[in-house]
Design a protein around this ligand. Structure first.
Ligand code: TRP
Length: 337
């Protein structure tokens, strides 16, 4: 892959089947990026262990499901390098070198780490301290990114602090070893049309308010029916207000054409359209939109070894680039060769 394209890298934890929030917030964007950049997308299974080291029974399935969703949604293993973090030992080695030069207080002040620590403590009474691995999580993420000396990392706003830390560590490396080896990685913020969960909260697996990419039509309809609408519209004959329709109308803004949105608006305001019918129409729109993706997902599933081959082959390709970069690091530091 010798070229002068800018390098993009990003990853996701193996949380299992992905939902529509992942699709609009992440995957659609990655799919576009792979047309233009040299892209590395990986499943962060080591990162999953930082908090779930004792819940590994679903690890294999979750990795499989994430990779399957990625491919079904149009990530293309011939355009992007799609790999599994734990199949790339170069990242682990780079992590050691980076951990030596990272001041402890840089890691300590990481904002997401504080949140994570709190969640951990709330959940598991017997885990009173952060593990060494969880503590080092931002440095591991830095190692992921610098394994490819990435120019840009597309992430959500919650991960920007980590990419800034990556830049700080890279700069420190360059200063210490008097080099300009690492580039200044920049976050690439996605303009996400934020898709709420069906209950109005952030869409998430653990909140049980999501629609999965892989849900079938019936399940999609069943879930859409639970979506929050205008809470003041109690009876079918009440006139509604789409501006107060917390969830369902916000979905229309993503799934409906302008004309359709107008039509829904009018129907709601005049009470000619009831919430139940509106939801049915919305579910149809969602199902139409995801039909090809769901179909492809079913096709891909027919060869149970396909996903594994993609991940192994992708990891092999990733290792070629990561090894080159690591060799340079070893050189710059001045290790015995
Ligand atoms: N920290 C990210 C998350 O929890 C996953 C991740 C790990 C990542 N390493 C990365 C994302 C490198 C982008 C680049 O979602």
């Amino acid at each position: 892959m010798e070229n002068n394209k800018k390098v993009i890298m990003s990853g996701m934890r193996p949380t299992g089947k992905l939902h529509l929030g992942h699709y609009f917030g992440v995957l659609e964007n990655w799919k576009k990026l792979q047309e233009e950049f040299e892209c590395y997308f990986f499943i962060a299974d080591w990162h999953a262990l930082t908090t779930k080291y004792n819940e590994t029974s679903s690890m294999k399935q979750n990795v499989y499901d994430v990779a399957l969703d990625w491919l079904a949604c149009g990530l293309d293993e011939n355009k992007s390098v799609i790999y599994l973090q734990s199949k790339l030992p170069q990242t682990a080695e780079l992590h050691i070198y980076l951990s030596m030069i990272t001041p402890q207080n840089w890691v300590e002040r990481d904002p997401t780490l504080k949140d994570l620590a709190k969640i951990m403590k709330d959940k598991q009474e017997n885990v009173s301290d952060l593990s060494y691995g969880l503590f080092g999580y931002p440095v591991l993420m830095t190692a992921d990114i610098l394994s490819f000396n990435a120019d840009f990392v597309p992430v959500g706003i919650d991960q920007v602090a980590h990419v800034e830390l990556t830049r700080d560590i890279a700069r420190r490396f360059n200063n210490i070893y008097k080099t300009d080896y690492f580039v200044e990685t920049k976050p690439k913020l996605t303009e996400i049309p934020l898709l709420k969960g069906l209950d109005g909260n952030k869409m998430g697996k653990s909140f049980n308010n999501d629609i999965k990419i892989s849900d079938d039509e019936e399940m999609t309809l069943k879930k859409v029916k639970t979506g929050i609408t205008d809470r003041n519209r109690m009876r079918r004959d009440d006139k509604g207000n789409p501006d107060n329709c917390e969830v369902i109308y916000s979905y229309w803004k993503i799934f409906g054409s302008e004309d359709e949105q107008k039509e829904i608006c009018q129907g709601c305001k005049s009470a000619s359209l009831g919430c139940a019918d509106c939801k049915k129409m919305l579910a149809d729109k969602i199902n139409q939109r995801f039909a090809p993706i769901r179909q492809k997902r079913i096709e891909l599933q027919k060869d149970p070894d396909y996903i594994r081959q993609v991940l192994i082959e992708g990891s092999r390709k990733a290792a070629i680039k990561a090894q080159e970069i690591l060799d340079g690091v070893v050189d710059v530091i001045g290790m015995y060769k």
